[in-house]
Design a protein around this ligand. Sequence first.
Ligand code: NAD
Length: 323
Amino acid sequence: MSVLITGGAGFIGSHLVDHLLAETDHQVVVLDDFSTGSASNLAHLDTDRLETVDGDVRNGSLVADLVADADAVYHLAAAVGVKTIVENPLESMRTNLEGTENVLEAAASDVTPTFIASSSEVYGKSEAVPFAEEDDRVYGSTTSPRWGYATAKAADEFLALGFHNERDLPVVVGRYFNIVGPRQTGQYGMVIPTFVEQALAGDDLTVYGDGTQTRSFTHVEDAVSITHDLLTTSDAHDDVFNVGAPGPTSINDLAKRVIELTGSDSDITHIPFEEAYDEDFEEPDEREPDVSKLRDVLGQSPTADLDWILRDVIDERTDEVID
Ligand code: NAD
C-alpha cells in the first residue's frame, strides 16, 4: 500500500511519516515545497519506503499524478500559523484553498480515502468552550487578515464534505488544536517553541496580551496516531473531528512552567497584541476541544500532559531538563 502525505516535511507531517513507517509496512510519498517544512525533519529516516517530491500542492497535474499512485492521502500542506497568514494573506489563501481542492479532485477520481487537516481556528472567536464539532463558528471581519486562515480551513471542510456528498469520496476532517512537540519551529509565531528558545537563551518570555487567554496543547505523537486512526476507521469517514486534548492552560502559566522546567532566570514580559501584529488583531480568549465524538468513534482521545510536551521540546534543544 502506498500513502501520500502533503506537507510531510513539516512539523506534524514528518511525525506522521515516522508513525506510518513504524506502525505499517506502507510506502510513503511526501509532497512538500519546503516553504515552512524542512528536509532536516526527515533526515533521520534512511529507508527506501520513503520518497520525497519537491513540489507545490497548487500544481494540479503534479497532485493528480501523485494521488493516482496512492491508496490513501493525508493532506497537511498549508500556509500555517497566524504570523504567516497575517504577513502573506494572498499566498496563504491560495495555498489553503487551491491546494485542498486539487487534492480532493484528484482523490475523487479513484475514490481514494483522504484526510484533510483543519484547525481549531474554524471556531473563530466563539466563546462556547469546550468546542463541539457541530457548534456555530464566530468570525471577525474580512478586513482583519487573521480570519483568512479560519475561513480557508472552513471552506476546505465544506469542500471535503461536498466531495463526499456529490462524488462519494471517503474523507475525514481533523481539526487540530495547538499541536506541539519536537521539530516545531518558533519562527512562525508558535508559542511553545518560542518560549523554550527564549528561556534557554535567558531572554524575557514575551506573552501577547495579558496572558490570561488559555489554550489546550496536544503532543504531536498523540495527534498523528489519532490522524492515522481516523483515516483507517471507516465509521469516522465523511465527518469532522476535533483532534486535541482537553485541559486548557493559560499562557501566563505556560510561560512560568517553561521557566521552571528549563531552570532559566528569564522574566515574563507582556506585549499588547496590536504591537505584535496590527491594531485590527483579535485573539480568542479560550480554545478547548470537546472530544466526546472522537471518543465515541475511536474509543480514545489525546492526553493532556503539558509536562510531557515541554520536556520533549526542551530536551530537543538541550541535554539538561530540571525536575
Ligand atoms: P508546517 O508548516 O510545519 O507544515 C506545513 C507543511 O506544508 C510544510 O512542510 C510546508 O513546507 C508545506 N507547504 C506549505 N505550502 C505548501 C505548498 N503550496 N505546496 C506543498 N507544500 C506546502 O505546519 P504544521 O503545524 O505541521 O501543520 C500541518 C497541518 O496541520 C496544516 O494543514 C495546518 O493548517 C494544520 N494545523 C496545525 C496546527 C498545529 O498546532 N501545528 C493546528 C491546527 C491546524
